[in-house]
Design a protein around this ligand. Sequence first.
Ligand SMILES: NC(=O)c1ccc[n+]([C@@H]2O[C@H](COP(=O)([O-])OP(=O)(O)OC[C@H]3O[C@@H](n4cnc5c(N)ncnc54)[C@H](OP(=O)(O)O)[C@@H]3O)[C@@H](O)[C@H]2O)c1
Length: 268
Amino acid sequence: MNCLKDTIKVVMKMKWTLITGAAGGLGQAFCRQYAASGCNLLVQGRSFEQLNTLKIELMKEYSVRIEICVCDFTNNESFKEFSEFLGKYHIERLICNAGFGSYGLFAEADANQMIQMHQVNMDVLMKLNHLVVCNHAESIKEIINVASTASFQPGPWMSVYYATKAYVLSFSQALSIELKSKGIRVCALCCGPMETGFSKRAQLKHTWMQKMVMVTPDYAVKCAMKGLKKGKSIVVPGFMNRMLVSFSSFMPSSLRLSMMSLIQSRRK
Ligand SMILES: NC(=O)c1ccc[n+]([C@@H]2O[C@H](COP(=O)([O-])OP(=O)(O)OC[C@H]3O[C@@H](n4cnc5c(N)ncnc54)[C@H](OP(=O)(O)O)[C@@H]3O)[C@@H](O)[C@H]2O)c1
């Protein structure tokens, strides 16, 4: 009995990395690389089976602990339980990766789906940042919020998604300043197009230009880890993506919007 109590105490004192959307493309890459660097993982997703398969695979390769948290972020009750569950752990790193988009005209979009997009891409991300900063102040050291190259300009045909990612970038940058004195690093990972489940769910295809600038999820994660170490608050993986982001920042906004409109209209 005492032995069991001691084991529980040891587990509770351990430091954990919380990764949301862990079963998906970029989320899985985060899990692999943080497990490879010896971090214990709290992996969140909506399917226990998918997370368990990932857990078994990672535990065969790396000697780390992995705990599964099943939660649908569009369900308030489920999110409340998830937040309470997190109270048992010392979280040293938060990776807010869960998110989704949808392609199509705003006037034809499903209102419920847009509300859910707000919930998952912004509200939950903000709430989790608040939770770790307030309730895990002793242990939290790093936060990565997954934004996008979509964060840097409006995106016709994906207006709500682009706006949610602009929020993630703005919020993360501001937070990185506020939390600096507490020794907490915050970074917005602004990924360009990647081959994951994202485009299938959003019902969009990548144009030749997007295929040219595509990076792998593994590469994006490596950039995030490296950028965070260097204290960067924004990381854009891939030379071409960085060029496009800087180039478009010098463009007049009307020209930038016309270009985006042309690119976005061809993604169906
Ligand atoms: N792929 C790209 O081209 C691209 C480009 C820029 C930024 N991003 C961003 O990268 C992040 C990861 O996306 P990905 O490319 O890896 O796509 P993905 O494979 O579709 O992964 C998205 C993850 O978000 C989770 N998620 C979606 N809705 C959720 C909900 N209601 N509750 C809880 N979790 C939910 C999914 O969970 P389930 O596994 O349970 O479905 C999934 O694990 C997203 O924030 C996305 O916006 C992607």
